[in-house]
Write a protein that binds this ligand. Structure first.
Ligand code: DGL
Length: 252
């Protein structure tokens, strides 16, 4: 069978990766996506790399059983812990995500860059390598507990969390804030309202979608006709599927 017609597997520890999925669906409307939210094992960001790799292995096996032609790790944490291993082991393309520090570095004009991400992402060698290249003025800001507020749709809780977090910094000297966890992208408009206008916000959804498109085209795996759709799956309760569908059409 023509592999072009096969679905693309996308996953995260919960609903966060749907922020990246939105960009993928917009850019590649002919593709079919299977999105797997591993909410039973969330959060990933406070686990050890080995624990995350175990969770990821189970998710990836489920997706491979469904003949996915490519895999998108729509999670910065899982990418930093498992992308290298997956690329070694799998024959299909594996696209990962990393905090959008490079674009923040490019627009920086001498001030600080706040990198908001999970504790695990910020501790990994992959992020240290990124810091070595683009980390001038960048500060690691681990946000333990923030993804849970997004999962629970506790917007008041998230606002309180972020107000406290930003109050630790003199925002006059901040040039950019990096949303280095796909869950935080659902708080982008709230964060935009909270921050002074001179601060740029960067995140990786669009870049990941473009990278996926490039990789599929280069491998001759992109679908050129027909209408795509999205199938949601979860390791949590079945009711979560309705929430996931809602998050797919949520404005960012
Ligand atoms: N959404 C994930 C990320 O991009 C991680 C959230 C978590 O499970 O801690 O890092």
């Amino acid at each position: 069978m023509n592999q072009r017609q096969d679905p693309i597997g996308v996953f995260d520890s919960g609903i966060g990766g749907i922020s990246a999925l939105q960009a993928m669906v917009r850019l590649m409307p002919r593709e079919t996506f299977i999105y797997y939210g591993d909410s039973l094992n969330a959060p990933y960001g406070t686990k050890t790399p080995e624990e995350v790799r175990t969770c990821v292995r189970a998710v990836v096996n489920r997706l491979l059983d469904q003949q996915v032609k490519a895999l998108v790790i729509a999670c910065n944490t899982a990418t930093s812990a498992a992308a290298e291993t997956l690329r070694r082991e799998l024959e299909i393309p594996v696209i990962g995500m990393e905090p959008a520090l490079k674009p923040a570095h490019e627009i920086r004009h001498g001030g600080k860059i706040l990198v908001l991400a999970t504790p695990l992402t910020l501790r990994q060698p992959k992020f240290s390598a990124l810091m070595d290249r683009y980390g001038e003025g960048a500060v690691r800001v681990p946000c333990e507990g923030l993804m849970e507020l997004v999962e629970r749709e506790d917007m008041d809780g998230a606002r309180g969390y972020l107000e406290k977090l930003f109050s630790r910094f003199d925002l006059r000297w901040v040039d950019a804030v990096v949303l280095g966890c796909t869950h935080y992208v659902f708080l982008k408009s709230m964060i935009r309202e909270m921050l002074p206008d001179h601060i740029a916000i960067t995140e990786g959804s669009e870049g990941t979608a473009r990278q996926l498109e490039r990789v599929l085209k280069a491998a001759g795996l992109n679908r050129e006709e027909g209408d795509g759709h999205v199938i949601f799956e979860t390791s949590g309760p079945a009711e979560e599927i309705a929430t996931m569908e809602r998050f797919l059409s949520r404005r960012l």
